[in-house]
Design a protein around this ligand. Structure first.
Ligand SMILES: Nc1ncnc2c1ncn2[C@@H]1O[C@H](COP(=O)(O)OP(=O)(O)OP(=O)(O)O)[C@@H](O)[C@H]1O
Ligand SMILES: [Mg+2]
Length: 265
């Protein structure tokens, strides 16, 4: 416990965007997240790593209340965004998710055109004043997601007709089109080839200038390349959290050591 508090202090050096305290998550009787405290720094990329089933996706979904959509899921504890409790009754989860966007592991384009997928968020939140502005947001989002060149001549074609990797980049474009303050990415590159992966990693690095990015990844190389802070989860516990370089070179907990050296997971 002391170890975590200590490393949390390193993290707190940057300004805190999201603070989680005493977070517990249950699916019926399954206790999926156990008393997690974590500060997510602003303008930083934070990686969540850990073996399959340890709770990375579950915890990520707490940060924009996506777990609200799962009937048997119960979330306890306190999570704040810029000091405001996101589970407060007055918070509209739809508004929250425009600020805290999400990209899922499995690409999930809407059954709409490529254009309308990206324009969806700006439209429902009234972020643009006219068609020209909307066109601009759509183009910029697709460019940043490294998809523009492949789709610029068929923006009216259905998003679901793209390849898996292209669909994932479309979902990234859709998520950044509302200029979220925080972007949650759950294994965003698992369906991508190495070229698209490199482009998405570049985008993540670019987003960090203005936003806070949290990325779940099974790739240690990816965590090391894109993140400044890393949190290691194991069996629902946040075992260790600190600067990425420290976690990968001098982990303090033997479980972290075992995982990064390939002995568990
Ligand atoms: N919708 C759900 N209903 C019931 N149990 C769930 C649900 N989603 C996750 N769980 C359980 O919660 C625990 C954590 O799962 P979670 O998906 O968060 O793990 P993960 O770390 O993201 O794993 P992976 O690396 O395989 O994606 C597991 O025991 C899982 O079976
Ligand atoms: Mg997962």
């Amino acid at each position: 416990m002391n170890v975590m508090r200590e490393s949390a202090a390193d993290i707190a050096a940057a300004s805190v965007k999201i603070a989680a305290r005493g977070v517990q998550v249950f699916y019926g009787d399954t206790h999926a997240i156990k008393d997690v405290d974590v500060d997510i720094a602003d303008r930083t990329v934070t990686a969540f790593i850990g073996p399959s089933g340890c709770g990375k996706s579950t915890f990520l979904r707490c940060l924009n209340r996506m777990n609200d959509t799962i009937d048997i899921c119960r979330v306890e504890g306190r999570i704040t965004l810029d000091g405001e409790d996101i589970y407060d009754r007055r918070v509209d989860p739809v508004q929250l998710r425009a600020k805290v966007g999400m990209v899922f592991q499995k690409p999930n384009p809407f059954p709409k055109s490529i254009y309308d997928n990206v324009a969806y968020g700006p439209r429902i939140h009234g972020l643009t004043r006219n068609r020209a502005e909307l066109d601009e947001v759509v183009e910029q989002s697709l460019r940043r997601a490294a998809l523009w060149n492949e789709v610029k001549d068929r923006l009216q074609a259905p998003g679901t007709g793209l390849s898996g990797g292209q669909q994932q980049r479309l979902c990234i474009a859709r998520a950044i089109a509302t200029s979220p303050e925080v972007l949650l990415m759950d294994e965003p590159c698992s369906a991508l080839d190495p070229i698209a992966t490199a482009q998405v990693e570049e985008l993540i690095d670019e987003l960090r200038a203005n936003f806070s990015v949290v990325i779940v990844t099974h790739s240690m190389q990816q965590a090391a390349r894109v993140s400044q802070n890393t949190a290691f989860f194991h069996l629902g516990n946040l075992v260790e959290y600190g600067q990425t370089a420290q976690i990968f070179t001098t982990p303090r907990d033997p479980r972290t050591e075992s995982y990064i050296s390939g002995r568990i997971g």
